[in-house]
Every structure is written in C-alpha cells, then in structure tokens.
Write a protein that binds this ligand. Structure first.
Ligand code: NAI
Ligand code: BUO
Length: 260
C-alpha cells in the first residue's frame, strides 16, 4: 500500500503572530508548509523553527497586495513542496483612525492588503487546485470586526466584512471543483497588531501603554486575551478533512465577545 500523499499548505503573514502560530500548527499536524511574509527574514525564521521541530517547510517572501507576487508564491510552493492543498490568506494590516480622518491612501492600502491580498491568494490557489484536480481548502483571515463595525477601526472593519463576502462568493463558485472556502474571525489576540492598535487607541482614549488592550480584553467572556494558538487550533480544523462538509462560513473564535 502506498503512503498517503503529504498535504501542502501556504500561510501568508506567517513571519510572526497568528500566521506564525498557524504555520507551526499545520506543520505539527503533518502538512508541509510554505511560510510567506512580506518580511523575508521573519518568514525564514518561522520556516527554520518548523524544520528544527521536525516539520517540512520552506520560506518565500511575498507582498499579498501584489497579484503577481501571489501567483509566484503558489508557483514556488508547487515547485519546492510538490503541490498546494491549503491556502491560508492570513496577512493583514490594521490602522486606528476615525472615519472622519481616513484618507484615500489609507483606504487604498487597507483594501489592497486585507481584501486584495485575500482575493489574489484565492485566485492563485484556486487556479492551481483546479489544475491539480484534487480539491483543496482556502481559508482567510476575517475578524470579529468583520461581523461588527468597530469604532476607530472603521476602514479595517470594512475590509474584514469584505473578506466574508469573498468567502461566500468563493464557496459558491469553487464548490464544483471540490474546493471549500472559509474564514476565521479572531477577537482580541495578543500580537504585534494589537500592540499597534493599543498605541493608536491611546491617542483617542487618553490611555497609556497596554491600557486599551486591557479594557478591550475585559469584553472577553472566557476572561483572558486570545493567543495565536487559540486561532491556530480552529484553522487546523478548517484545514483538516473533518471540515470537508463546511464551506462559505466565517466562524468566530474570540472567547465570547461577539455572539451571533
Ligand atoms: N491580532 C488580532 O487581535 C486580530 C487579528 N486578526 C487578523 O489576523 C491576521 C494576522 O494578524 P496578527 O498576527 O495579529 O498581525 P501582525 O501584525 O502581528 O502580523 C501580521 C504579519 O503579516 C505580515 N504582512 C503585513 N502586510 C503584509 C503584506 N502586504 N503581504 C504579506 N505579509 C504582510 C507582517 O509582516 C506580519 O508578519 C490579520 O489579517 C489580522 O487582521 C483578526 C482579528 C483579531
Ligand atoms: C484586530 C482586530 O481584528 C480586532 C477585532 O481587534
């Protein structure tokens, strides 16, 4: 009997934070992982950590707002790791501003990374998965801010609502090819992104370092801030055969902040 084929995942924004957690978890689950980030050094660091733990990984730098770079990422993955079965479009940026202050450049960059990045990764992965003919899983980062508009994060929230729209449309379009499309919606996760949000909110709320993070964390029913591993365990499920009958969903995993 031949051994089952090793599945291959791409994770964007995997140089740190949630993406790093997802890449390391999928590698521990037995997938080969292409670690991608706009920052080549951090991507290489995560890939090295996976390899040191006994997993199989490679690193490839890509700016997800660049469509050609996303197609090159998938091509490199197929060449170096032998295929693509799972795309985790995790890379994202945040910016704290009121709606009255958002500039055209702010909006353009937010949508180019958070929405464009998800669309280009979906296109590149789906094209390859269709050609391979064995289905696949496309999983993207939305947020609780993709279910509820957050003040001071309005244009960020809009980008995350948009990820849910792409997830639903993608699920309908790609089901015929055996490709599922889902999203994950974390809450308040203790990463560099929230350090930046905390500093940004401080300018509006008059809070000091860490205080806005603590205030927002008090909204969490389970009583502690979320970790990258909390998110990664949900993405592990979405990437697994156990989630084969799930598509078009944007599941909230936030310790109980937004309940719908
Ligand atoms: N931290 C949180 O509380 C939450 C985060 N999310 C989402 O989860 C995802 C990951 O967030 P965190 O790990 O917290 O963020 P982070 O800021 O800590 O890490 C983001 C990673 O993405 C990379 N990146 C940024 N722009 C990129 C681009 N154009 N192309 C490729 N890589 C790029 C960065 O270099 C970094 O390594 C994001 O999409 C974020 O919006 C969703 C809900 C809550
Ligand atoms: C960064 C983010 O999505 C939230 C809700 O904090």
């Amino acid at each position: 009997m031949s051994a089952p084929q090793e599945r291959v995942a791409v994770v964007t924004g995997a140089g740190r934070g949630i993406g790093e957690g997802i890449a390391r978890r999928l590698a521990a689950d037995g997938l080969a992982v292409m670690v991608s980030d706009i920052d080549a050094d951090t991507a290489a660091r995560t890939a090295e950590a996976i390899t040191a733990d006994g997993g199989r990984a490679a690193a490839h730098a890509a700016d997800v707002s660049d469509r050609d770079a996303c197609f090159a990422l998938v091509a490199a993955t197929r060449e170096q790791l032998g295929g693509i079965d799972v795309m985790v479009a995790n890379a994202g940026i945040a910016q704290v501003k009121t709606l009255l202050e958002v500039t055209p450049d702010d909006l353009q960059r937010m949508l180019a990374v958070n929405l464009g990045g998800v669309l280009w990764c979906l296109q590149a992965a789906a094209e390859a998965m269709i050609e391979q003919g064995r289905g696949g899983k496309i999983i993207s980062a939305s947020s609780i801010a993709g279910h509820q508009g957050f003040d001071h994060l309005g244009h960020y929230s809009a980008s995350k609502f948009g990820v849910r729209a792409l997830t639903q449309a993608g699920a309908k379009e790609l089901a015929q090819h055996g490709i599922t499309v889902n999203a994950y919606c974390p809450g308040i996760v203790d990463t560099t992104m929230w350090e930046e949000i905390d500093a940004g909110l401080g300018g509006y709320l008059g809070t000091g370092k860490g205080e806005a993070f603590t205030q927002y964390s008090q909204l969490i029913a389970l009583g502690r801030p979320q970790t990258a591993q909390d998110v990664a365990s949900y993405v592990s499920y979405l990437a697994s055969p156990d989630a084969d009958y799930m598509t078009g969903q944007a599941g909230i995993v936030d310790g109980g902040i937004v309940m719908i």
